[in-house]
Design a binder for this molecule. Structure first.
Ligand code: SIN
Length: 538
């Protein structure tokens, strides 16, 4: 049974704040929405941590868009559709590739550090792109450059109220509409009801459901879970992208080695020193991520090894240092010199293709609630995202949300301000902190072993059962971040496992040992979940 509200109210009356638009999350999608909406509306941007603590900030590769005269939106469309393995929503992809170049050029006006040579943009190659298409900034520091520029733009405007260390526990709903969000101030423990005509979810992904992920520790699926509890549909949850080249360590988050390094010519090698991708895909190491990961898993299983190698030792060392300063320095700190050493790598959880179902204007199935970026499921990624399409998605769809707000807010009227929300009573039970931490680890291990890169019916059945038991064994949470996050992680993990169990085929990032073929007749469709009257509808 899903609890409609996780909220544990305190004895004191929550504070009330009123906005036109509340944006939750501070990655590229949230910042773009906040900056755009603030031109006209009173906006709050809420972050559970500090603004820079996002997956966007860590992004290395760059932003894909048809920006050169050797490229076209049509070519970008074809590459995206091919990578998505039959499940992309074509209308959304058309919008992404057609509107993308203009959005990226606008971004370049406020973020001047995109890499150029002689005035021309330098475009990189990445997996499954048919031409070099990836614009990057600061070499391999695109995410931090872009996030810093957007943050500056937001801070220069006076209309966005930025609320850091404020955890959104639940969306507020009334009469089948989202009317804001309730948040917990992580420093003072006070709850606030943030009323809004429109709410934009931009909370990012859920990589923390796995033991090893490139996502920051804040990526706990909060947006997907709260949207589901509030009655919005979530979909395509079985499609979790594993990135081929996470540095093989037990660090969390795992340090990512950008795919652009393979675009520059680095090889993937097995323990016999062979380039195992040659002959597996015409683009070899630059095949789509799902294909590369599938072969890596086969190589690791047949050799009994837990990692393979990324080898850039044949490339020019000065170029590597200049083009990939983040990777170079971070590896050196860990005693690897990319110019001389083969780097141990393994597939690692990186990106959620699924999420809160949203249309071409970012509207979810719950009126008043929009979603953009990794939390959203616009359908542009299908079953496997094309590299560097994620920052682009956040830019393009947040811009569309801003444009749609005019008509939505105009119709929403003032009554939102007058609503009285009944919050649940205070919970004094809670779960012990050690227990919560142990359960988080147990969940991550279970997902890694049974719902990881390759799945089967036995593992998925056991996972669904165990996740359900874990959820039921928990007491109602107190006003505690770790407890709320555990609930959210369990909610997301359960839906990844359930959808993985239902989809009896292999497609994109969803690989089944027991159903190795793609079955277009039965499965060229999406699996969505939605709560109706407290019960789950699939
Ligand atoms: C990378 O730099 O390899 C990551 C880019 C992406 O996930 O799109």
């Amino acid at each position: 049974m899903t609890r409609p509200y996780l909220l544990a109210a305190t004895d004191s009356e929550p504070v009330k704040r009123f906005y036109d638009v509340v944006v939750i999350g501070s990655g590229i999608a949230g910042l773009t929405a906040a900056v755009g909406a603030a031109r006209k509306w009173k906006v709050a941007l809420i972050s559970k941590s500090v603004l820079r603590d996002t997956t966007t900030f860590l992004a290395q590769g760059g932003i894909a868009a048809a920006l050169s005269d050797k490229d076209s939106p049509d070519l970008h469309f074809q590459d995206t559709i091919r990578a998505g393995d039959g499940l992309c929503k074509e209308e959304a992809v058309r919008i992404l590739v057609n509107e993308g170049p203009a959005r990226v050029r606008e971004l370049m006006e406020i973020c001047p550090r995109f890499d150029r040579a002689g005035g021309d943009l330098v475009l990189a190659s990445e997996g499954a792109h048919s031409v070099p298409r990836i614009a990057h900034a600061g070499g391999d520091a695109t995410g931090s450059e872009v996030a810093s520029a957007l943050t500056k733009a937001m801070q220069q405007g006076s209309r966005v109220q930025v609320l850091e260390h404020e955890f959104v526990v639940d969306l507020l709903t009334n009469g089948g509409r989202c009317i804001g969000a309730v948040s917990l101030n992580l420093k003072t423990g006070a709850f606030t009801l943030n009323y809004a005509m429109a709410t934009v979810l931009a909370t990012g992904g859920c990589g923390q459901v796995y033991s090893l992920t490139t996502n920051p520790v804040v990526a706990t699926g909060d947006g997907m879970s709260m949207a589901f509890r509030a009655g919005a549909a979530i979909g395509d949850m079985e499609f979790v992208q594993f990135h081929p080249t996470g540095l093989y360590t037990d660090e969390s988050p795992v340090f990512l080695i950008t795919e652009a390094l393979r675009g520059e010519g680095a090889y993937l090698l097995n323990h016999a020193g062979e380039r195992f991708m040659v002959g597996v895909h015409p683009q070899a190491e630059l095949g789509p991520r799902d294909v590369v990961v599938g072969e890596m898993v086969r190589q690791m299983e047949s050799s009994g090894q837990e990692y393979l190698f990324l080898d850039a030792t044949h490339l020019d060392c000065d170029t590597l240092k200049e083009r990939f300063p983040t990777v170079f320095d971070n590896l050196l700190k860990r005693n690897y010199n990319i110019c001389h050493d083969r780097i141990p790598v393994a597939p690692v959880c990186h990106y959620m293709m699924g999420g809160v179902v949203s249309d071409i204007w970012g509207r979810t199935t719950l009126p008043g609630l929009y979603a953009s970026g990794e939390v959203a499921n616009t359908g542009v990624h299908g079953a496997n995202r094309l590299a560097s399409n994620s920052l682009l998605e956040g830019l393009v769809f947040s811009d569309r949300i801003v444009r749609d707000l005019d008509s939505y807010i105009g119709g929403a009227g003032e009554e939102v301000r007058r609503l009285n929300i009944e919050l649940p009573g205070p919970s004094r039970e809670g779960n012990r902190p050690e227990e919560v931490r142990d359960l988080r680890k147990r969940l991550q291990k279970l997902m890694t072993v049974s719902v990881g890169t390759v799945r089967d019916e036995k593992g998925l059945t056991a996972a669904v059962q165990e996740l359900g038991d874990l959820l039921n064994s928990l007491k109602a949470p107190r006003a505690d971040l770790e407890e709320y996050e555990l609930y959210n992680l369990l909610t997301v993990a359960t839906h990844i496992a359930k959808a993985g169990f239902l989809r009896q085929e292999s497609r994109g990032a969803h690989l089944r040992r027991d159903y190795t073929a793609t079955d277009d007749i039965k499965w060229r469709r999406h699996i969505n979940f939605r709560l109706k009257n407290g019960e789950e509808d699939v």
